[in-house]
Design a protein around this ligand. Sequence first.
Ligand code: ATP
Ligand code: MG
Length: 729
Amino acid sequence: MDTSLLKGLNAEQLAAVTWPPAAALVLAGAGSGKTRVLTTRIAWLLDTEQASVHSIMAVTFTNKAAKEMQHRLGEMVPYSTRAMWLGTFHGLCHRFLRIHYQDAGLPSAFQILDSGDQLSVIKRLLKGLNIADEVLAPKSLQYFINNSKENGQRASVLSANDVAMRQLVQCYQAYDDLCQQEGLVDFAELMLRSYEVMQTHANIRLHYQQRFNHILVDEFQDTNNLQYRWLKLFAGDSAAVFAVGDDDQSIYAFRGANVGNMSALMRDFGIDAPIKLEVNYRSVGHILTAANTLIANNEQRLGKNLRLPDESANAHGEKLRFYWADTDFIEADFVVKEAKARVQEGVAFDNVAVLYRSNAQSRVLEQALFAAGVPYKIYGGLRFYERQEIKHALAYLRMAVHPQDDNAVLRIINMPPRGIGARSIEAVQAVAQDLQLSLWEALLHLATEPKNRKLIVFVELIQNLQIQAQGLDLAETVQAALNLSGLVEHYQNAKGDNQERIDNLQELISAAMAFKPDEVVLDEWASPDTETLPLVAFLSNASLEAGERQAGEGEAALQLMTVHAAKGLEFDTVFLTGLEEGLFPSDYSLQERGGLEEERRLMYVAITRARQRLYLSAAQQRLLHGQSHYAMVSRFVQEIPEDVVQALSSGLKRAQPSLKTREEPLIKAKSKQDSFAGFALGQNVRHEKFGVGVIIDASHKGEHANLKINFGKNGIKELNTQFAKLERV
Ligand code: ATP
Ligand code: MG
């Protein structure tokens, strides 16, 4: 045996890695080595020949984590592990359905819908059913459908006691019918469909239950109900399930994740007690103190300890750095400047991450990075493939393999504009409706009449593409789609600066060149036609792939992502941006039961991503979704003990307020000492209608004053002290 594998593990880790082939749950805090234990266990099982690459399934939480695990394994075992079933739940389900598409009742070229696509299918469906948005909001239906699927429920088993529920259930059914007809599979469907195949096909179930004798799951606290049942089905009676997780990092309750799965696992698989790891190897002491103190504010905890490996003085490392910017633009500039300085100090760009609570916040950061010429990559949120121009190009490619896709037809029938107006499209839809055809079939039908000149041009274009696609490799096919469609030309001639869109389209060719279909084709179940369709795999991957490619492949780049996407990862330096009330914790979360505790766990995840240096930053004024917001510093910043934080001054304008005063809402301009009819800037007041707010600006108005007050979710109001009843709080 390669004993170096086990070197350096502490006693608890060693016990976990070499746990006998029986179920186990490792329950431990951030940075305690859970993922390392899981990866090392796989290597150890292989090395000691207790398992083969074929008999192991490993589930990670993100594609990036899967790639990293693959990479680490590559360093630990002397042969390729690419054939191993290692990936995210969705990735593995996708792999499963590609193999068993016939048993699943899917066309071989089924296509994955990301959540944006799903919403447009739903909108189209509701329109077809003549249901107005006010009667049933598309987003509500989407939520209902996904939630039902995540609970393993088809429309047919849902009971409807009232009119509203009946409508939801009917629409759910109609949606599923539509997807089935068009060969579309949404994310939740990937899980549910593969679960159902396993459940109903004894031969397939037995095959996998015999095949996998080790199933390992990282980030187990975030599995939902269906995922847990899915795991149980794959495990059967004999596979050893090895799960690692941290209840303090459970951040997907809003998507149905269920910490209760930890106790279910212990009960269902006869685990007496979880294995605990209590030493944090990732972060320096001050960062650890910040994380531990913060999370102690949560009441819903299983309770764990985390300590440093040794108590030597320099183990505390640097203090956290807090920066309070006037605006989000200044905050972004600060991040860029500091990140560059950090790189000067010898830290690679890859080892520096910028985190934010919601995707929309990346734009300002991106702008600043772009202006400074700093290479960066965005993870999570399917950003690259969500871009309009990329979706257009993908729709053309989709038409090359599966023209029954009505969504794709609607997206490109007049994009670039070719004179097919709304009327003509309605006419095509009417024919499809009358003759029970897909839009593409209706088009073929209409194209037989010479008068439909414009439709004929479109049909010929697609047919041409279909023919070309058969003789070309993947990258050439993408190139052909770009040429034939005229998309690039369209953006060249369109108003405004479209260079970025054109670059993105070119980038799609690079993506195709770099694309490696996974090992589906090597699997014993693979049917010949899956093998011939790298384009299908590429399109599916576009929906699944979370990595973006602003920076070239392999080029060192600053890492940008949401906190959710950062789970499980670690970086030398982390910038935690947008730490404002209303943003993090988000307004929305505060209205949900348990929402604040979930946000705090998210903050705990964020803090514990950093190894050496952690920046915290916030902006007083931020432009978001086209509106200016004024905010107070996040309560989470205030929950971190002051003695582990250093407040930075901006050096740009004036000294930043010290942390000591940060409980005071921070405000722009004017002096806090000034009195405006007895009120002061930064003061908290209560209004009978708008609730509690903070005074962010004021001016004298005779003996009274005009006050600008931020009432949080009720918005910013300008009120006059003469008329408004304001109470000091
Ligand atoms: P998270 O909860 O954030 O996913 P984790 O528990 O999975 O964290 P790992 O990512 O496995 O933690 O480990 C954190 C860091 O500590 C890694 O860099 C890992 O290599 C290192 N590490 C883990 N165990 C040891 C050890 N025994 N000696 C030295 N370094 C270790
Ligand atoms: Mg981990």
